[in-house]
Design a protein around this ligand. Structure first.
Ligand code: SAM
Length: 330
């Protein structure tokens, strides 16, 4: 086994997020602003065998958990094969998906040992769903969540909360967790990326969320791990949990263990760091990529790609140059 991937803050990187594609069947404006979106040509994408080789190298370097994401990972034609291949590695495997096509992959997921999935759903209202995603898949998404639960998977619903768009539904989402032990809701603070018209005033912050929820529920904070992205809570007497991913106002960088591989094989050491290195070309050239990985993580900033304040001018310039979330892999 190779040395672990450490940065200069002694953080060990054990969690790999692999984006399978930058394409998606939804058009969420905060993730994929529609204007001039250029998708990657297919020949730029990592092929299934290359994904397996890269994942194997990362596992050898200490990765214990792999998440497939995108774009929408389930629209990739060979995703079933990729899931099955990755399921053979000695890691836990999971996905972030909009779940629209999940019914086609239940067996692949089970065979690969996937137990828990993150499903994105920002609203419980069909009209709001269409206005956020520009697509009509609301009922299909709800059916998919029900199917996953009935098949024994743990489902974490990701809700990006935006002022004036879906912040009137926070407590409806919390209510979903009352009777279902395998359902967890995680509210995500809206994050800034290229072209997504982010403003601090559009965020519903960690504190705002807790204030709103406390008007309707009594809840307790749950113990977590330093590397957790979400602070978790449980409504008194409830069966599931809710959590808050407070990236902007409550960063969780101190325990960061995350590695991101974009669909075109670029390595990112932070969602907000615009520097990335190409692993796919050297891999295709037969080079040993381990030293590239170590040195990229040695340059990792402590937090947010080096930015403390997202509203600062330099931070804005940087996130406007960053990839869109859909092309990074959330
Ligand atoms: N297509 C899949 C899905 O819908 O879950 C996976 C990719 S999506 C980029 C992964 C996650 O990133 C989703 O939960 C999405 O809501 C979140 N996301 C995208 N843009 C975001 C933003 N600007 N702020 C916060 N979360 C964002």
């Amino acid at each position: 086994m190779s040395q672990p991937i450490l940065d200069t803050f002694d953080r060990k990187h054990t969690y790999l997020r692999i984006s399978l594609t930058d394409k998606c069947n939804l058009r969420c404006t905060y993730c994929m602003p529609q204007e001039d979106m250029q998708f990657m040509p297919s020949k730029w994408l990592m092929q299934a065998d290359e994904i397996q080789t890269l994942a194997g190298i990362f596992v050898d370097m200490g990765v214990e958990k792999i998440r497939l994401t995108g774009g929408e990972p389930l629209i990739r034609k060979d995703v079933g094969q990729i899931i099955q291949n990755l399921g053979k590695l000695p890691t836990s495997l999971t996905l972030t998906t909009n779940a629209v096509f999940i019914d086609q992959f239940i067996d692949d997921l089970k065979n690969a040992g996937v137990r828990s999935l993150n499903v994105s759903l920002d609203t419980l209202n069909e009209i709001t769903f269409k206005s956020i995603t520009k697509r009509d898949h609301f009922n299909k998404t709800l059916d998919s969540i029900r199917l996953l639960i009935s098949e024994g998977f743990v489902v974490k619903i990701n809700v990006v909360v935006m002022k004036g768009i879906n912040d009137n539904e926070i407590n409806d989402f919390v209510r979903l967790t009352l009777n279902e032990p395998n359902l967890h809701v995680r509210f995500i603070e809206f994050m800034p990326f290229n072209g997504n018209k982010w403003e601090m005033s559009k965020i519903v912050s960690y504190n705002d969320l807790l204030t709103d929820i406390s008007t309707q529920f009594e809840f307790e904070k749950l113990e977590g791990e330093l590397q957790d992205t979400a602070q978790s809570f449980k409504v008194n007497g409830g069966k599931g949990t809710f959590g808050i991913i407070g990236t902007v106002t409550h960063p969780f960088c101190a325990g960061c263990n995350r590695i991101r591989l974009t669909a075109d094989g670029k390595l990112k050491n932070c969602l907000f760091d615009t520097t990335e290195i190409d692993l796919l070309t050297p891999l295709r050239g037969g080079e040993d990529i381990r030293s590239l990985i170590y040195s990229h993580f040695h340059k990792k900033h402590f937090a947010h790609g080096g930015h403390i304040d997202f509203t600062a001018k330099e931070a804005k310039a940087d996130y406007e140059q960053n990839r869109r979330m859909i092309a990074i892999g959330g």
